[in-house]
Design a protein. Sequence first.
Length: 103
Amino acid sequence: MILPVTKSSRRVTIRGDATIIQLEDDFWSALDNIATQAGKKTPDFIRSLYDFAQPCLCDDVDFPTFLRVYAMRHTTNQHDLDYDISDPANRSVDFSPFTPVIL
């Protein structure tokens, strides 16, 4: 049985620009939980992730894709991304392997 996939959009202000991000509800739920664990509200956490991910975003890796990979890795215990993203020393991570695979 195939479960229905629902998406929803959320408005987040990033660097002064109102941005609408559309993700599947399961990813939003995961990001909400991760933000709560980090002691942040989800929009604040999303802004932190955007600042962290900015150097690796390009045509192949957009921000919603980054959010999906971050949420997936965190919830499947692949904690190579589970560290303090506010620490500048942690911003040298190579995210190039996150190029999405199109099936």
